[in-house]
Write a protein that binds this ligand. Sequence first.
Ligand code: HSE
Length: 392
Amino acid sequence: MSKKLKVGLFGFGVVGQGLYDVLHKTKGINAEVVKICVKHREKPRPIDKEYFTFDKNDILNNDSLDVVVELTDNADEAFEIVATALRKGKAVVSANKKMIAEHLEELYKIQQQTGSPLLYEASVCGSIPIIRNLEEYYDNDLLNSLDGICNGTTNYILTKTSEENKTYEDALKEAQVKGFAESNPRLDVQAFDPKYKLTILLCHTFGVFVKPEDVFNFGIQNLSAADSTFTREKGLKIKLIAHTSKLGDKIVGYVIPTLISPDNMFYAVRNEFNAVQLGAAFSDKQFFYGKGAGGHPTASAVLSDISALVYRYRYEYKKVEQNGTLPFSNEHLIDVYVRYPDESFLKELNVTDIQQRFSSSETQYVIGKVSIDSLLRANLNERNDVFIAQWN
Ligand code: HSE
């Protein structure tokens, strides 16, 4: 039997406590949490205070600890912790999508230089083992596309508002109480969180390193009664979809609310569930489904990473070697529904091929084509008078 892994944990929030719980309920994993580094001294905690430290060096400089598990909220501090731990020869598991997305290329290089592994299955789609599948099963160049509902909070809000007539505010509050939302929920509703996840998936699907700021994201914060009526009347649902595909010799990727018809698998993905659909040359479409947020589902992915470290698993970043030269591009036209405030906005966005136009005292919209590049430049998350959804 392999030796028991000693874990130093950073952060004891929803996922940290979930991990502690799950680890103590699982017999199969030969690992124990030895030290937990937290920020706030006064906060009451459900386990013995002997576990806790307030000094990161108590973990980073402790040679008896094999694995650092980073489950904090602050991306900059998390990067320092993770980079230091890897350089000190420790294996690291993290769920911090923002930190990983912002530093992925650097973290890849640190792993190459140090030989220390960094695993982060929990950072994308909670309990769904998508990164490891992309790395191991799709170990070839046959993938064409990936679409995902990668944010539990927004899917929860979209479900509760469309199916139970709850208000957006109440649904968001519920998602916060249930521990799905980020501490700054703007990251969820404006689609930054799924954009970070897509940035990570871009590397493991197509081998490209992209800066999050170059990836277009627009969320559901401006969804109005008029947009919901339009969607319902067409027999559709709105889902926040992260998309990437290989188009000729370029890779495109973006996150946008999308109008989904009942024959699409995403139509049935409700509440905090996430899903990923892969398109491949020979296997055609495959669909992964599972809980994308919450303490225990996310902790299950952290646990699986810890367990993988026991048998010395590491990401090989095979797609980076295979496809590393394909450029990421925002020069790509998509079909969209645009609810707009005035004609000048349509011009600014350069909406073309307009097939439908509607205007009433309550709303005005067009259906047409727009490029991801002009969407990115329009800073849509800064506006509250516009709603755009992809029309598949
Ligand atoms: N806020 C995230 C979500 C948590 O709602 O999906 C899981 O990454």
